[in-house]
Design a protein around this ligand. Structure first.
Ligand code: URA
Length: 210
């Protein structure tokens, strides 16, 4: 299970995350930290992107310079909280294509129901990073990956801020090929489906709603 789970233990990530967890942290500070932390996570999540060599001319001489190979990135945000992770990542990889998946939980069946889906057309040719700050039960995350794979995505990474062991297990069982990158693996889910210790409702914290 650990092979496909990366916890980004960098001190800057951990420091920023602790401030985000604090219930006294304001919405504007939370947003600012989320943007900063998403850049640091983007650095980790893109670590294995393949490079190719391109001939360039520096002011001094010609050289074979490493550049990202042709295959580009797609970022897929799970609405609404996923959008909070997008901005910082796009700052580092501005050429990435962006897709959105909207899911809500059916109150009767408790299963995720899709209400919106707009994905880049050429997912099969891209490295796909699905972003959602909280991997809690894993139900909506797995449903989003189901959708994305049905549209051709083959190389999928799931990027979140916090993961619960329950969500990691669910994702690994449903999609063993999907690598999960997170800033922390928390303890458990409570009876309301919140991650413990967590940070509360990520969407509410970032958008100032209740
Ligand atoms: N979604 C959230 O926003 N927070 C949690 O703790 C779990 C799911």
């Amino acid at each position: 299970m650990t092979e496909h789970l990366t916890v980004v233990t960098h001190p800057l990530v951990q420091h920023k995350l602790s401030i985000m967890r604090d219930q006294e942290t304001s919405t504007s500070k939370f947003r600012q930290l989320l943007r900063e932390i998403s850049m640091l996570l983007a650095y980790e999540v893109t670590r294995d992107l393949p490079l190719t060599s391109v001939k360039i001319q520096t002011p001094v001489c010609a050289m074979d310079a490493p550049m990202l190979e042709g295959r580009k990135l797609a970022l897929i945000s799970i609405l609404r909280a996923g959008n909070g992770l997008l901005d910082g990542i796009l700052e580092l990889v501005p050429a990435a294509r962006v897709g959105f998946v909207g899911l809500y939980r059916d109150p009767e069946t408790l299963t995720p129901v899709q209400y919106y889906c707009k994905l880049p057309a050429d997912l099969a040719e891209r490295w796909t990073i699905v972003v959602d700050p909280m991997l809690a039960t894993g139900n909506s995350s797995v449903a989003a990956v189901d959708l994305i794979k049905a549209q051709g995505a083959q190389n999928v990474i799931f990027l979140c801020l916090l993961a619960a062991p329950e969500g990691v297990k669910r994702m690994h069982e449903a999609h063993p090929d999907v690598r999960i990158v997170t800033a922390a693996l928390d303890d458990h889910l409570n009876d309301h489906g919140y991650i413990v210790p967590g940070l509360g409702d990520a969407g509410d914290r970032m958008f100032g709603t209740k």
